[in-house]
Design a protein around this ligand. Structure first.
Ligand SMILES: [Zn+2]
Length: 253
């Protein structure tokens, strides 16, 4: 049975806390260069019985996102609470597909980083031969490209592609992760993106040294960053939030 958004380690208890954590996440993405002009989204389910989500208002750069200007929407992308803000409903379809179809996908994040897109476009996909990808054994799914906008009818195919995996390489497109919490989705996406960066940087150096599958399996089991017993990404996320706050604390407003 799925747990409610507040049952997970690191999950904020109130909407106000969640707004602040999500706004921090947008600023962390900006700090890492994981932005695409005014596009892309990080969405998260609001605590409570209703299927409502917070998302960035359309038209703002991630550095302009604040706790107070996040927009609350329903599963169909309709604004529930956002004081006249616009959202990009087409951009939310991919997110809503996961929120609707995966019981613990309370947070969904999606990027078009250059390294992530490069690997997504490569025929071979993610090489499992580096320190970071080796921690993602059995955690990465692939979904074939069907066009720049995900339409509702593609949803069942997206869910079939994902199965029970927490990270998705959207072929010819970009990266996506989901989790019960923002910190855990971030830990997964950061690891995947880092793996892609190393793969791209190493591509000019010729063939990689293989990592045997048994070692990948062990590395994935040993990866503390995903473990609930070790905070499920919260320590890392909180440290990066402090860094973002030092740059500009206005996200808290
Ligand atoms: Zn995209």
């Amino acid at each position: 049975m799925s747990m409610t958004p507040t049952d997970h380690p690191g999950a904020p208890r109130t909407e106000a806390e969640l707004r602040r954590q999500l706004a921090a996440c947008y600023r962390v993405f900006a700090m890492l260069g994981w932005t695409e002009l005014i596009y892309n989204h990080i969405s998260v389910r609001v605590p409570g019985p209703q299927l409502h989500f917070l998302i960035n208002p359309f038209g703002l750069h991630y550095t302009e996102v604040r706790a107070s200007n996040l927009v609350k929407i329903d599963l169909d992308g309709r604004v529930v609470d956002g004081s006249g803000s616009r959202v990009n409903p087409a951009g939310f379809v991919l997110h809503s597909t996961l929120h609707r179809g995966l019981p613990d996908a309370h947070c969904v994040m999606h990027t078009h980083t250059t390294a992530g897109c490069a690997v997504a476009c490569s025929r071979a996909g993610l090489s499992m031969d580096n320190f970071y990808s080796a921690q993602l054994h059995g955690r990465v799914a692939y979904h074939d490209f069907e066009g720049i906008t995900v339409h509702a009818e593609e949803g069942p195919r997206v869910l079939r592609s994902i199965g029970d995996r927490q990270a998705v390489i959207l072929r010819n497109h970009g990266l996506l992760s989901w989790a019960p919490t923002i910190p855990l989705a971030f830990a997964t996406l950061w690891t995947l993106n880092r793996a892609c960066e190393i793969q791209v940087a190493g591509a000019a150096l010729g063939p990689t040294l293989p990592i045997p599958e048994a070692v990948q399996r062990q590395a994935s089991a040993d990866a503390l960053q995903f473990s609930p017993a070790h905070g499920a990404g919260t320590d890392v996320f909180d440290a990066l939030e402090r860094l973002a706050a030092n740059i500009d604390p206005s996200y808290r407003d």
